[in-house]
Design a protein around this ligand. Structure first.
Ligand SMILES: C[S@@+](CC[C@H](N)C(=O)[O-])C[C@H]1O[C@@H](n2cnc3c(N)ncnc32)[C@H](O)[C@@H]1O
Length: 321
């Protein structure tokens, strides 16, 4: 997965002249704060250098996670055609790019972001790229959510890990109030990210939401620790991305977890592939979460005909059967 070309060019332009050593140092501090889920009352993206390090080192991965989650929503809800987006904790506008890439009919977007440096960066990256003017708002999820308009698609991506866990239930309620169609929550694919997604899921089910993806059902999650539900996207690293991360491998695998909740019923529940399929000669072993609420290792063989052909093409995270 790569960033869309106009976004890649805008990112490159925004990084011209920034010393690589500064980017690498800022990138390392950022990664440390994200890994430790530091909540010390300060925003991670507190200045221009951190904003630049974010677009160099994290934006490609969060874009890939969002784009994959959005693909899953589009597959689960083929009739969903959003015209408006509300993205909170928008960072550099990652969801704006991913959502409009999949649904080009979106013609209105409101983006709430607390950090001025990353909000300004988002405005700069988006300049002239959309047929409408995204409405960027500086504000916090705690204080400023109620003033935001409802939208067909509401997104919150890689934000919950920065918030006080006690604020989660109220936040979900407020986001759902603003959701006309689908609420999409994306989190890092860690056990902690998955636990947050389970809390969001419980809350949304209590509010009457239908779960569109990734779950194949609305029963209790059958995954149990030390296992956790998550997916991965391979992200191509650009030269500046490599230098910022002081890396040599030209790609990275971004682990993520997401939840898409819908106001409309989900037409067909399908099995979700919860691990990389293991293929052998004439057979494929799939770890599946099924519409009946079960988690099972399923062996599909040549004798299963079309099911086998589908299983052979299936990837981790796909809906099958
Ligand atoms: C890791 S970034 C994710 C950015 C973007 N959503 C993405 O997926 O690339 C988290 C963003 O949430 C913002 N944020 C954190 N706490 C916030 C709050 N209480 N109110 C509004 N924005 C917040 C941060 O400033 C940061 O830009």
């Amino acid at each position: 997965m790569e960033l869309p070309r106009p976004l890649r060019s805008a990112v490159d332009a925004a990084l011209v002249g920034v010393p690589t050593a500064d980017l690498a140092r800022a990138g390392e501090i950022l990664s440390g704060r994200y890994r430790a889920e530091t909540r010390d009352g300060r925003l991670h993206l507190s200045d221009d250098l951190f904003a630049r390090a974010y677009i160099a080192a994290r934006l490609p991965a969060t874009f890939a996670a969002l784009a994959a989650s959005i693909d899953a929503v589009a597959q689960a809800l083929p009739g969903f055609e959003p015209k408006s987006l509300l993205d909170v904790g928008a960072g550099p506008g990652t969801a704006l790019w991913a959502a409009t890439g999949r649904w080009p009919q979106i013609d209105a977007a409101t983006l709430l972001e607390a950090s001025r440096p990353i909000r300004r960066m988002g405005e700069r990256l988006a300049e002239g790229s959309f047929g409408f003017a995204p409405d960027w708002r500086e504000g916090t999820l705690g204080a400023d959510l109620t003033a935001l308009p409802a939208a067909d698609l509401v997104t919150i991506s890689y934000v919950l890990d920065e918030l006080d866990p006690a604020a989660l239930p109220m936040l979900v309620d407020r986001l759902w109030e603003r959701t006309a169609g689908v609420l999409l929550v994306v989190e890092p694919g860690t056990p902690a990210g998955w636990r947050r997604i389970l809390l969001v899921r419980d809350r949304l089910l209590a509010l009457g939401a239908a779960i569109a993806a990734p779950c194949a059902h609305e029963r209790t999650c059958p995954v149990t620790p030390p296992d956790w539900c998550h997916f991965a996207q391979r992200v191509a690293r650009t030269r500046i991305h490599l230098r910022t991360k002081e890396a040599v491998v030209p790609f990275e695998d971004e682990k993520f977890i997401y939840l898409a909740a819908s106001r409309a019923p989900v037409p067909v529940q399908r099995n979700r592939v919860l691990a990389p399929p293991r293929a052998g000669s004439g057979k494929v072993q799939l770890k599946l979460c099924s519409p009946d609420g079960a988690l099972a290792e399923t062996l599909v063989t040549k004798r299963n005909g079309e099911r086998f052909r589908e299983a052979r093409r299936a990837d981790w995270g796909d809906a099958v059967g």
